[in-house]
Write a protein that binds this ligand. Structure first.
Ligand code: 4AD
Ligand code: MG
Length: 467
C-alpha cells in the first residue's frame, strides 16, 4: 500500500477520521497487554507524540517484539478519534514496518529523567529527548525570527569572514588558524615565528566578532546585520560561555547610542514575542518540566521599558547594597568590570526589569567605542537580563579618525593591520552604532535552560570538542 507519509505535527490536527495514514517515527514508549499495545511515536515535527494502537491479532508477534523504545518504525493505519486524555487522534495500526531496531540493553535513552550532564555525554542522541527536541525547534524558530525582524526593517544580511587577521575585541582570545607544521616552526633571529610561509602569509585566526567588517558594510548599505559563528578561546568554564557560539550583530549608519538602545530593546522583545507566538507547545513543555517561571519571565520582559542607566549610577546602587550588607563574591568599585552576580542584582533585585547599562569606563571596553567628553567613559551599552546577565553588548562607534587612531595606538593594536578599518573614518565617516546579541544567551532566556551547553547542539568548551 502506497500512501504518503503524514508528519505527526499535521496528523494531530486532522479531523477526517477513518482516513488511511502513514506515520513514521521513533518509539518513545510501549505499554499494553497481550491483546492490545499502545505505542507513543514521535517524529520530531512536534513535541507531541501520536498514539499507535496495535491489536495483537493484526500485527505479528515478531514485529511487535521489535517495537522497543528508540526503534524506528513506519505505520500504516486508520486515523481515529482518541478517547484517551491528552490527545485528540490516534492511529489503529494495520501494518507496521520496522526500519531500525534499538536494542533495549544498549540504547542509552531508556528511562525518563536523565541528568543534563549525562545527556551531554550522548549529545548525538539527546535531540531525541522531549527537552532537546523542544530546545532545537525553538532554536530554529529564533533564527527565523531574527532574519524576519531585520529583513522587515530594511537591514541587509551581510556575511563577514570567519577567518581573520584582526582581533576585534582586542581581548587576545583568538584561536589560531594555520597549516604550518607545528613540529617544525620556522623562527626569525628574535625567536618570533615566521608566518610568510603559512597559508595566508600572516598570522590568522577564527573571528571573535564580525563587527569591524560589519561597520564597513553599514557605512555603505546603511543598515546590516551579521548572523554567524564566533570563536573565543576564553578559558571560562561557566554556564554562560562557549568557545564557539553564534552572534547576531546589527550595525546602522546614523544611529546614535539612543537609537541603538531602541533597536536592541525592540529586537529582543520581538524575539521573545515570536517565541511565545510560534513555539507555544515547546515553551509550555519547558515551563512544566524545566522552569516553572519561564512563561511568566518571558511575558515580564515584554511589559514596560527596559531601565537605561549609566554605569556610574549602577556602581552606586551596587556599593549601596554592599554598604547595607549584601555580599558579592567579587568586589565592586568604579572601574570594575561587572560580574554576572552584579548584573543580576541590578536586574533581578533592584529594578526587577531588564537594564541597559551605558557609559562604561573606557579601560574595560573595546577600542572602537565612541569616547565621551569626560575623557573617562565611552558610549557603550550592555543589555542585562534576568537569569542571564549580559545578553547584548554594543556601542556607538568612534567616528573621529584622530580619536580612534590615538586609542588604537594607546592600546598597542598594530596600526598597519587596521588601515582598512580606519579608512571608514578617513572617507565619508559618519556616526554609527551597533551591538552583538549572543544567540545562545537569548536561547537560554527563551528556553529556561540553565546551562549554555544545552542550547547548542554540539557545545565546544575548554577540554571538550566531542561529536
Ligand atoms: O560583548 P561582546 O564581546 O561584543 C562584541 O563582540 C561586539 N563586537 C558586538 C558589537 O557591538 N557588534 O559580545 C556580544 C555578546 C555578549 O553580550 C554575549 O551575549 C555574547 O555575545 N557572548 C558570548 N556568548 C557565549 N559564549 C561566549 N564566550 C560569549 N562571549 C560573548
Ligand atoms: Mg560584552
Amino acid at each position: 500500500m502506497d500512501i504518503r507519509r503524514t508528519k505527526i505535527a499535521d496528523a494531530i490536527k486532522m479531523t477526517d477520521f477513518g482516513k488511511q495514514v502513514n506515520i513514521k517515527g521513533w518509539v518513545r514508549t510501549k505499554r499494553g497487554n497481550k491483546n492490545v499495545s499502545f505505542v507513543a511515536l514521535n517524529d520530531g515535527s512536534t513535541i507531541n507524540n501520536i498514539q499507535i494502537v496495535i491489536d495483537a491479532d493484526k500485527i505479528s508477534e515478531s514485529v511487535l517484539k521489535d517495537i522497543t523504545t528508540g526503534a524506528c518504525i513506519s505505520v500504516v493505519g486508520t486515523l481515529t478519534e482518541s478517547l484517551g486524555k491528552g490527545q485528540t487522534v490516534e492511529v489503529q495500526a494495520e501494518s507496521i514496518e520496522i526500519y531500525g531496531l534499538a536494542d533495549p540493553n544498549t540504547y542509552p535513552l531508556q528511562k525518563k529523567g536523565h541528568s543534563m550532564e549525562f545527556l551531554r555525554e550522548i549529545a548525538h542522541l539527546r535531540p531525541r529527548t522531549n527537552t532537546f527536541g523542544a530546545v532545537f525547534r525553538i532554536r530554529h524558530n529564533m533564527a527565523i525570527a531574527i532574519h524576519k525582524f531585520f529583513h522587515d526593517r530594511g537591514f541587509f544580511y551581510f556575511h563577514t569572514p570567519i577567518i581573520t587577521a584582526s582581533d576585534c575585541e582586542g581581548a587576545g582570545q583568538m584561536f589560531q588558524v594555520t597549516t604550518m607544521n607545528l613540529y617544525d616552526l620556522k623562527k626569525d633571529e628574535n625567536g618570533s615565528i615566521k608566518y610568510d610561509s603559512d597559508f595566508f602569509g600572516k598570522q590568522a585566526s577564527l573571528t571573535v566578532s564580525g563587527q569591524l567588517e560589519g561597520e564597513l558594510a553599514a557605512t555603505a548599505l546603511g543598515a546590516i546585520y551579521t548572523f554567524g559563528p564566533t570563536f573565543r578561546a576564553e578559558n571560562s568554564n561557566t554556564p554562560r560561555h562557549l568557545a564557539e557560539f553564534w552572534m547576531i550583530e546589527p550595525e546602522v549608519a546614523f544611529n546614535d547610542i539612543n537609537d541603538n538602545m531602541d533597536l536592541a530593546e525592540e529586537f529582543i522583545k520581538y524575539c521573545v514575542q515570536w517565541a511565545l507566538d510560534n513555539c507555544a507547545d515547546d515553551i509550555k513543555f519547558l515551563n512544566d518540566m524545566i522552569d516553572k517561571s519561564l512563561i511568566e519571565r518571558l511575558k515580564s520582559v515584554l511589559e514596560g521599558s527596559f531601565v537605561r542607566l549609566p554605569y556610574t549610577d549602577g556602581i552606586k546602587i551596587l556599593e549601596d547594597a554592599v554598604a547595607k550588607g549584601h555580599k558579592f563574591e567579587f568586589p565592586v568599585y568604579w572601574g570594575c568590570d561587572l560580574a554576572s552576580e552584579h548584573e543580576r542584582f541590578l536586574v533581578e533585585e533592584h529594578f526587577k526589569r531588564p537594564v541597559i547599562l551605558t557609559d562604561y569606563p573606557k579601560e574595560i571596553k573595546a577600542f572602537y567605542m565612541k569616547q565621551n567628553e569626560d575623557g573617562k567613559t565611552v558610549r557603550a551599552m550592555d543589555v542585562l537580563f534576568p537569569a542571564i546577565g549580559e545578553i547584548i553588548g554594543g556601542s556607538e562607534r568612534e567616528a573621529d579618525y584622530d580619536k580612534l587612531s590615538k586609542r588604537i595606538e594607546e592600546l598597542n593594536i598594530p596600526m598597519k593591520d587596521m588601515w582598512w578599518y580606519l579608512d571608514t573614518r578617513r572617507f565619508g565617516s559618519c556616526p554609527h552604532s551597533g551591538f552583538g546579541l549572543g544567540f545562545e544567551r537569548l536561547l537560554l532566556f527563551v528556553t529556561g535552560m540553565s546551562n549554555i551547553r544545552d542550547v547548542i547542539p554540539f557545545p565546544r568548551t575548554p577540554k571538550s570538542a566531542d561529536f
